[in-house]
Design a protein around this ligand. Structure first.
Ligand code: PLP
Length: 422
């Protein structure tokens, strides 16, 4: 399937294979040189439409002037000074801005990545409730460190050979019509499973600290749950004093056309986890939760780099700019979905998503068509578009939120044509 590489690109890839652990899965040989807005250029100068934003990170695109200026200005002041022992204004400023988007008084803990936000949320939930159990959902992705990995289950390879995982955890089906344990809309089925089976036979609810879920499963295939699922689930959790943690690492910061995806579902999670887009491309994560829950005692949790000032300078710009883009995200997302829905192919099973978080799932003979996905991704790349995969066989599209309509339509048309060629 693959075509010969230029010597320059081949050299980078060979040396990558020689010097880096190859535990990644790359879809095609893109070697980036630089980017601008929603465009990416490889080291041969070829231009691409960025349809993944560095896996949902670059909300404001590449080389955003405001971010560059804010980071430069901060660089002149100080690069680092750990919040574990000292104070700085920027940390408070960004936290104030973040909590202003929450539906209740909240507090923030800064981290460096998505998985670290999930680890912190687990500790906050256990520490606050004094309970041990955490319940997750099948087909989720919450990260790859040993705590978050207990809840990550979108592919068996993510867990293979790393057991034993965190104890006192349990995974239940996500409300996903593709799951054979679920009927078409399985909200009620799942809720009665939780109360009548999980709580009665597996773990007493008084021992459960929290449920953790992605409001839309991303890595698992961009699975959008029924509108009422989380609000109905939360009613049950509240009865038993169990916290709801929603992992907004990928869905947060405007990706779905709202600041946070939970806003689509009429639910108020007790804690949310953030990373990816919040730092505008610099490593930053955050846990945001109800003021009274964010109460781990002094000395019990910290990190050296969390809330790095350069990343926070970028985050300040991101949090100012993203709210202005939400209507644009909804409109452009609709344009991409409309284009994909026009695809004439027996292999297109479903186009789904919210805002600029979109998937086109491919199936052959009723089964995931992984080979078809690989072809579509590779051929789109050859034609200058950069989507990635999700789940076993879905084309995942999550461009920078600032992407222009014309670029978005062009990228979607190329993907559509590549699906039609299968
Ligand atoms: N949670 C969700 C929902 C994610 O999508 C991801 C990464 O894709 C993570 C957590 C882990 O984030 P990181 O790769 O920054 O550790």
């Amino acid at each position: 399937m693959s075509e010969p590489l230029t010597p320059k690109i081949e050299k980078v890839i060979k040396e990558d294979e020689e010097y880096l652990m190859q535990s990644f899965k790359r879809w095609y040989p893109l070697v980036i040189d630089h980017g601008k807005g929603a465009l990416v250029y490889d080291i041969e100068g070829k231009e691409y439409i960025d349809f993944n934003a560095g896996i949902g990170v670059l909300a404001l695109g590449h080389a955003n002037e405001k971010i560059i200026n804010a980071v430069k200005e901060q660089m002149e002041k100080f690069f680092h000074y750990s919040l574990t022992d000292f104070y700085y204004e920027l940390a408070v400023e960004v936290a104030k801005k973040l909590v202003s988007f929450m539906p209740y008084p909240a507090k923030v803990f800064y981290t460096n990545s998505g998985t670290e936000s999930v680890e912190a949320a687990i500790k906050i939930a256990r520490g606050h409730t004094g309970r041990q159990w955490i319940i997750g959902f099948m087909n989720s992705f919450h990260g790859r460190t040993m705590g978050s990995l207990a809840f990550t289950s979108s592919k068996a390879i993510q867990r293979k050979s790393f057991s034993p995982l965190l104890p006192s955890t349990y995974l239940i089906p996500y409300p996903d019509k593709r799951n054979p344990l679920c009927k078409e809309d399985c909200t009620n089925q799942l809720l009665s499973f939780i109360e009548d089976w999980l709580f009665k036979k597996i773990v007493d609810p008084s021992e459960i600290a929290a449920f953790i879920a992605e409001p839309i499963q991303g890595e698992g295939g961009v699975i959008v749950p029924p509108k009422d699922f989380f609000s109905e689930l939360n009613k049950i959790l509240k009865k038993y004093g169990i916290l709801l943690i929603l992992d907004e690492v990928q869905t947060g910061i405007g990706r779905t056309g709202k600041m946070f995806a939970f806003e689509h579902f009429n639910v108020e999670p007790d804690i949310i986890t953030l990373a990816k887009a919040i730092g505008g491309g610099l490593p930053l994560g955050a846990v945001v939760g109800r003021k009274e829950i964010m109460d781990l005692p002094p000395g019990s949790h910290a990190n050296t780099f969390g809330g790095n000032p350069l990343a926070l300078a970028a985050a300040k710009v991101v949090l100012e700019e993203v709210p202005k883009l939400l209507d644009h995200v909804t409109n452009v997302g609709r344009l991409i979905m409309d284009e994909l829905k026009e695809t004439r192919s027996p292999y297109l099973y479903e186009v789904r998503g919210l805002g600029l978080f979109i998937a086109a799932e491919l199936r052959k003979g009723g089964q995931p068509y992984t080979e078809g996905l690989e072809k579509v991704l590779y051929n789109s790349f050859k034609r200058g578009v950069l989507p990635i995969g999700a789940g076993e066989s879905a084309v995942r599209i999550e461009p920078p939120l600032i992407i222009e309509e014309e670029l978005a339509k062009k990228g979607a048309r190329i993907i559509r044509e590549e699906i039609e060629k299968l």
